[in-house]
Design a protein around this ligand. Structure first.
Ligand code: FAD
Length: 414
């Protein structure tokens, strides 16, 4: 970790920045270079489906660090730079254009790529994914076109990104149709009661929501543009624009090409280490091996930031496992959903507060009688409390959760 050491990151996003800054904070004095294939330095992705898409945020606010600040920290940023291969034997990365860059420590923070639709018309130019600032800008232009033509936006996929785009488009007054293949929204993460609540929220805001929707094909016009979505039940849904929110795949091809283990992501331990001691990985591209042998790949700001910090520590020869309770948020209309813990495998739920009230509420997930996750809607207090409870391994009972007179915070002291 001396002055001669060279740290290189592939990707210049959330995880790469967190790792680079943590290295400096830990006293690393060597060279730090972030290689990113986008035209911009590290920027916040969450606003891309929210305030940025709505046109309510400037480029300076989207950026994570001003260029001057990066320079001050001695972090070299190379934008528009694609890494094509990793030569592990020589400890070099190969850039598009042929340049070779040596490293002593390498971070893979390549993020993820939205899935496309393997359907007729699925690759039409007005069928857009949303991951990058460039894609958000194309989407914003598409929304303007919907307004001009007075034609709806069709969102394929009722996940977080799809629903946030739907809410933003409704705020702009556009007609919006959301198609979800599953019988309920966000079915893999939310309790049924909250899925139903979100469905009602979007319908109340005028979204035409189709659950259990099976898409047959996208109808294209003479210019090759999608003009309608056909469902298998014969429904034809006209549109000027289609947004795809059907999930992402980890960008792990560079890793697998140089022989690192990958399995729906670059396999890492709790400290971000890959099978090569000189290479760490963090963020959406990384799949963490859990003590029970299963793999956990999360797509969240917290995960990218914390894994980035763990990866920095690992490169400096320290153990800083990222095992904190996962948290996530989503903004739709005037509602803020804040999630803590992982709800997979929940077998019971309890609601604290009124689903219909102004005060907000929270949904508590239990597995075999133990608290595993809490989803709070417009209720920051329950969110913060639940993170503390989960962190401490303290589990209230479902009966205590529904009883608003029960002081759950007191259980932390007990
Ligand atoms: P990224 O930030 O994607 O950075 C990876 C970078 O690497 C990209 O710029 C990519 O182009 C580049 N790259 C890939 N391959 C190469 C290569 N070979 N050479 C050079 N560069 C390469 N999370 C939340 O917690 N809350 C939210 O509300 C939320 N909302 C979101 C809304 C949207 C629209 C999106 C897209 C994401 C949202 N997320 C949210 C998720 C969060 O933004 C991501 O989990 C986080 O950005 C992941 O960081 P990362 O560093 O792993 O990847």
């Amino acid at each position: 970790a001396g002055e001669a050491a060279r740290f290189v990151a592939v990707g210049a996003g959330q995880a790469a920045l967190a790792c680079a800054e943590a290295l400096r904070a830990q006293g690393f004095t060597g060279a730090i270079t972030l290689l990113g294939d986008e035209p911009w330095g590290p920027y916040h992705r969450p606003p891309l489906s929210k305030a940025w898409l709505a046109g309510e945020l400037g480029a300076e606010q989207l950026a994570m660090r001003a260029p001057a600040l990066l320079a001050k920290k001695g972090i070299t940023l190379r934008t528009g730079t694609t890494v094509q291969a990793i030569d592990r034997a020589a400890r070099e990365v190969l850039l598009a254009g042929g340049e070779r860059l040596p490293y002593d420590g390498l971070l893979l923070a390549t993020g993820a790529t939205p899935r496309r639709l393997p359907l007729p018309g699925g690759d039409a130019p007005n069928v857009l994914p949303l991951r990058t600032r460039a894609e958000a800008d194309a989407l914003a232009a598409g929304l303007a076109r919907c307004a001009e033509l007075n034609l709806p936006l069709v969102v394929i996929g009722g996940g977080f990104i799809g629903l946030e785009v739907a809410a933003t488009a409704r705020k702009k007054g556009l007609a919006v149709t959301v198609l979800e293949a599953a019988p309920r929204l966000l079915g893999r993460v939310l309790a049924p009661v909250l899925s139903d609540w979100f469905a009602q929220l979007h319908r109340q805001h005028g979204v035409a929501l189709h659950l259990g929707a099976q898409i047959e094909a996208l109808e294209t016009d003479a210019d090759g543009l999608a003009r309608a979505v056909h469902l298998k039940d014969g429904t034809r849904l006209p549109c000027a624009l289609v947004v795809l929110g059907v999930g992402v795949g980890a960008n792990d091809a560079l890793a697998s090409a140089c022989g690192l283990p990958t399995e729906r992501g670059i396999v890492v331990d709790a400290c971000g280490r890959t099978a090569d001691p000189a290479i760490v990985a963090a963020g959406d591209c990384a799949a963490r091996r859990l003590p029970d042998g299963s793999l956990l790949r999360l797509e969240s700001v917290q995960n990218a930031t914390e894994q980035g910090k763990s990866a920095a520590a690992a490169l400096l020869g320290q153990d800083r496992p990222f095992t904190a309770t996962p948290w996530f948020w989503s903004d739709q209309y005037d509602k803020k959903l804040q999630m803590a813990g992982l709800s997979t495998g929940a077998d019971a739920w309890a609601v604290r507060g009124e689903l219909t009230g102004e005060a907000g509420f929270s949904v508590w997930h239990f597995r075999a009688g133990r608290l595993i996750a809490v989803d709070a809607v417009n209720h920051a207090k329950d969110h913060l409390l639940s993170r503390k409870l989960l962190e401490a391994g303290v589990s209230p009972t479902p009966e205590q959760v529904v009883d608003l007179g029960c002081d759950l915070a007191a259980r932390l002291q007990a």
